[in-house]
Design a protein around this ligand. Structure first.
Ligand SMILES: [Fe+2]
Length: 280
């Protein structure tokens, strides 16, 4: 029997991000995001910390290579693949250093590549470093309705919340592939691409530790601290040297079967505590 994404219990595990200077960006993640660097090839680096792995490779700045999603076991992956086939998703085999055989990739309507697989047994996270596992990725898109249809209907993600403009048009759509409030979300924008990626530090005190760490590295917060309406999570944002937005989050809502809520597109929805970055 097939399983949708939530039933298959799929999590975001790693990202591949492109940069015109991958070495310099990898050095930023190593220092500021408290990760080790492994040089995989001349132009490809793996940055690793507790619960987080980011591959940085050559390409256009602020571009996603792919999002690496994981299933806990092979049976779930097979049954999820069956779900995608029933929904006529076009899937292609995908080979990576992290996944066992059987992993696959697909493209969303904005050509973002999303990969699914089961981790190789030897693939462990580092334990040394400040805590904050990679948790969600958000896209920017000219068409959030298309995003919602694809992730909900074709990929079997659960819509947890939406932000709706006064015109009725979607400004943001939050979707999940497990019980975390969102694992992939999308903000309306004048261009397609990445909006931000986020690390879940769990508790407020860990955000304080991260902010002190950023200060030691002379990196200013670009937004926050605040609390989002949808997801109810505490947040701070910084920007990397290529202009990618990075979020450190805590207290993200756990969602089990509640219906999605529509939020008005206003400052308070994006930040219950203060100023918001409205996007569109
Ligand atoms: Fe976020």
């Amino acid at each position: 029997m097939s399983l949708d994404a939530v039933q298959a219990n799929i999590s975001l595990h790693h990202l591949e991000i492109k940069s015109s200077d991958p070495k310099m960006l990898a050095e930023f993640y190593s220092k500021v995001m408290n990760m080790n660097i492994n040089r995989l090839t001349n132009q490809k680096f793996l940055c690793e910390g507790p619960g987080r792995k980011i591959i940085i490779t050559t390409g256009k700045n602020k571009t996603l290579g792919y999002a690496g999603m994981v299933c806990k076991n092979e049976e779930n992956l097979e049954r999820y693949k069956e779900f995608l086939k029933i929904n006529k998703c076009e899937i292609n085999a995908f080979v990576s250093e992290f996944y066992q055989s059987g992993s696959f990739a697909l493209q969303d309507p904005d050509n973002n590549m999303i990969c699914f697989g089961v981790l190789k047994k030897e693939n462990k996270f580092l334990t040394k470093g400040i805590y904050a596992p990679l948790q969600h990725l958000t896209f920017a898109s000219k068409d959030v309705e298309k995003f919602q249809n694809f992730y909900q209907r074709k990929l079997g993600f659960q819509v947890t919340d939406r932000v709706v403009k006064s015109t009725g048009e979607l400004a943001t759509c939050f979707t999940t592939s497990n019980h975390e409030h969102h694992t992939i979300a999308c903000f309306k924008s004048s261009q397609n691409g990445m909006d931000h990626h986020s690390y879940e530090a769990g508790e407020w005190n860990n955000i304080k530790i991260w902010c002190d760490h950023f200060a030691q590295n002379n990196v200013k917060l670009m937004w926050g601290p605040g609390r989002h309406g949808p997801g109810n999570n505490l947040f701070v944002f910084i920007e990397d040297i290529d202009g990618n937005w990075i979020e450190i989050s805590a207290e993200l809502e756990t969602v089990i079967g509640r219906p999605p809520k529509n939020w008005p597109q206003e400052e308070k929805t994006l930040n219950l505590w203060g100023k918001a970055i409205m996007r569109s």
